[in-house]
Design a protein around this ligand. Sequence first.
Ligand SMILES: [Ca+2]
Length: 310
Amino acid sequence: MPGSRTSLGKLSRHTLLLTAILLPALAGIGPARAEDAPKQLMLDQPTGAVTEKCQPVPDGAAQSQLPLRQSFADNFNGDSLDNDVWTNHYQGHDYTVENRTLAPNSEQQIYVDRRFMDAGIDPFVLKDGILHIMANKTPEAYLGKFKGLRYTSGLITTRNTFYQAFGYFEIRARMTRGHAYWPAFWMMRQRADWPPEIDIFETGGDKPESVDMTTHWRQDGRGKHVSTHCNVQVPGNDKEFHTYGVLWTKERMVYYIDRKPIGQFITPPGLDSADRPMYLLANLAVQKTANDKTPTPASLDIDWIAAYRF
Ligand SMILES: [Ca+2]
């Protein structure tokens, strides 16, 4: 299960730094600056030695050019979320609360969609080519039905529609600022088969500029849970869009910000096989530390999500 998603303990410490940001959540929308994901691209691929631990890629490191072609994209140019592509909960039935949160993390959000329990709460707002995943307070009338989860939010996954092993996976997004928010873009296999997990970004709402990029696996492919972790500072990423990506090859994993490689490591056991594909997830979680300093509404803004093959 993804309940051990890395950074909970670490992010929790960010509460020491909390500052209540009370700007209206959508103040940043402004004029449309949406783009479409490129159909093809050339990616800088570092060629130097890699270790099991994520190591920074120094400026000027030897690189080759890797041509890529798009295998999946949603540019969010429509009026509503494409339900033929995206599923809005974890594995299981549509109408249960349990697969719409992560109880092991004591997360405080329920991932709703406009049909869920006829509550009419739609956390997915598409405007000018941007998907806004909106978190808000749970209406009093639904606190009981939602088993006390205090916030409504959104999760999108390709669990029923798109899986891929190896390639480049990218999101263009603007982070969420606000105490206890925890947005992420990540990759999973079937729930029964965890880890591995590839976290392309996770950020805590108290300090969204501190971007965690983590991969989880089992030692030797079947032993204890281990992970390696890159952290990079992206100042202003709650104001401006950036791309966050991972290159996953049989030999190495490389994390990217704005297509600049920032960290790399040896592809771990269990992730080195082409026959074990993973699906994509993006969500705006709310941590258990949420309180009256947690601004609502809040939004994770996504311009596109795309995948590429070699
Ligand atoms: Ca877009």
